[in-house]
Design a binder for this molecule. Sequence first.
Ligand code: ASP
Length: 431
Amino acid sequence: MTTATNTSKGGWGNLALWKKIFIGMIAGIIVGIVMGPDAELLKPIGTLFINAIKMLIVPLVFCSLIVGVTSMQDTRKMGRIGMKSIVIYLATTAVAISIGLGLGTVLMPGAGLDMSVSAESAAAAKEAPGLVSTLLALIPKNPIEALAGGKILQIIVFALGLGIALNMIGEKAEPAVKLFNSFAEAMYKLTELVMKFAPYGIFALMAWVAGKYGLDVLLPLIKVIAAVYIGCILHVLVVYSGLISTVARLRPVQYLKGIVNAQMMAFTSTSSSGTLPVSMRCAQENLGVSKGISSFVLPLGATINMDGTALYQGVAALFVAQAFGIDLSMADYLTIIATSTLASVGTAGVPGAGLIMLSLVLTTVGLPMEGLAIVAGIDRILDMARTCVNVSGDLMVSVLVGKSENELDESIYNAAEPVSEVQASRESANA
Ligand code: ASP
């Protein structure tokens, strides 16, 4: 660990990955503002990176989950881990949406806004899946189709089943387990390689976003943006850090340091599923969560845990109500909390999913869909913050569950620098 700060040689090549990504992000914003809408030219570089990351998701989740299950053997333990994760996921989501409602009440983002804007994009609202159909759809009729379609929850169910079956057949499972093990290792390596391209991809994506939304678009809605961003920051710094220090009895600073790469990936890609490969690396290499726990808890979280999205819905619902001069009752507030907590289970961690869920929340409490059109205009900006929280939440739960199951290596968690950065600096020092 003493070589942790071995980057004294300086130079781009020796910089830690998160620093490079951060520089890419800031440079992207500057270039985007300077270039304006022309920055769209750079978008393909970002798309290339996002596609490369997406390429990893299905094989990575599938193999590492099987490796996780087969390394666990004890089925009761698995059930316990699943229950714990789901309970914490839902509880923190309910807290998040309450924070959103609180901020929406205090900051009044919709007060005094002229609502005569066209309702064009309200038509884009689709139905969010109901709870029953979500539950029924958990079992893949055809696992190959689930893999091909990237249906994460179905893949989880199939991989769990296969893993348990492998555990049950004992010796006969050895060749298959070995195969999945080595395939999973290869996928981790491939993730590392793809991440080397992250600073450039993220630079391009930020330039595109900053170029597309100039100040003209942002200013009228600045209060909504502020409320969502303040809420997101509070949720990570107060709720997550609080849980890490009180429940897991670990230093929150290490958690915050360890998740930076995943946060930046989430912020720019606006997809928690897309960030999975990076979150898995962060959990294992920076936070010391075992492969068994992280490969189970994180993919699950990427689909069912959306605290940032829920928080945003609280703010957005109040924004719409205020802008249209509609009073909400206590029952409406409770309905919003229940609807968006449950809806978050069935919505995939993909860009813009939260907007679809918002349409569900607005309809349930009888708020006008036209409101959706207005927030839809700045959805990307809000999506960046909420996805960042979604991913931070998944990682927080992996730490909590890992710690409670004795599957968290505290020497890695407490290391001064994330292990992956130590390795990176060693590698570049040796190069
Ligand atoms: N983009 C978010 C995610 O992937 C979902 C959302 O739109 O809120 O987690």
